[in-house]
Design a protein around this ligand. Sequence first.
Ligand code: HPA
Length: 272
Amino acid sequence: MKLAETISAAADYLLSHVQSRPTIGLVLGSGLGDFADTLENPVRVPYAQIPDFPQPTVAGHSGAFVFGRRCGREVVVLQGRLHYYEGFTQQALTLPIRVLAAMGVKTLVLTNAAGGVNLGFHAGCLMLISDHINYSGQNPLIGENLDAFGPRFPDVSDLYTARLRAAVKERAAQAGIPLEEGVYMMFSGPNYETPAEVRMARILGADAVGMSTVPEALAAGHSGMEVIGVSCITNMAAGVLPVKLSHQEVVETANRVHDDFHRLLETILAAI
Ligand code: HPA
């Protein structure tokens, strides 16, 4: 099957399981996966159940689409994010994003854990992504263009749309949730950056560094969706503070701000 046919067959199969079409998609980063548990009347469809849907080839991944209602919105959560550093091509890891587009999803909310590059940030703050720098060395749009979704040379000058960012900032301020804003720079990982790379990132205009989000944002933008991105700054990036980075710190900080992050997500859903 051609890629475009695989995508539309998966979308048809998924829609046959739900009463209403979702309009908002969510991909949740470290520490936020449990947001899917808060959906009303959830319907969970594992990737493995979708006929002819390519399965993640790296062990230990059980992805699923979880449909439901939240804050009066029909949403679908992509559970089990795939990362470039796990060995997936960026085209493969963004296939579920294409399926969201084919189902009629108009807005994609992406969250992640990231290292703070901006010296005004601190571990635990939340950053609305205003733009990104793709330093991954790859691009999910490489290969045959999916003409039904978007053009060969898409404009990405307003990927994280100013319109939605303004709405989110206004609602977050009303709700008293502190929110920074800045540029997210993607490195491939899986190692954390070197201090020299973090200095470079700062010179290039990055406020945060991380290992995800950019492929999904590009595939969504190419498909005509509006994107909202939020980084949880789980640690200051390498070399900023005289400490070593650890995944444990990332997880601990993400857990610490879990409730704020949930509130921000509710605010975002209300703002869309
Ligand atoms: N760098 C890259 N990815 C990350 C970091 C970091 O410092 N923290 C959490 N994810």
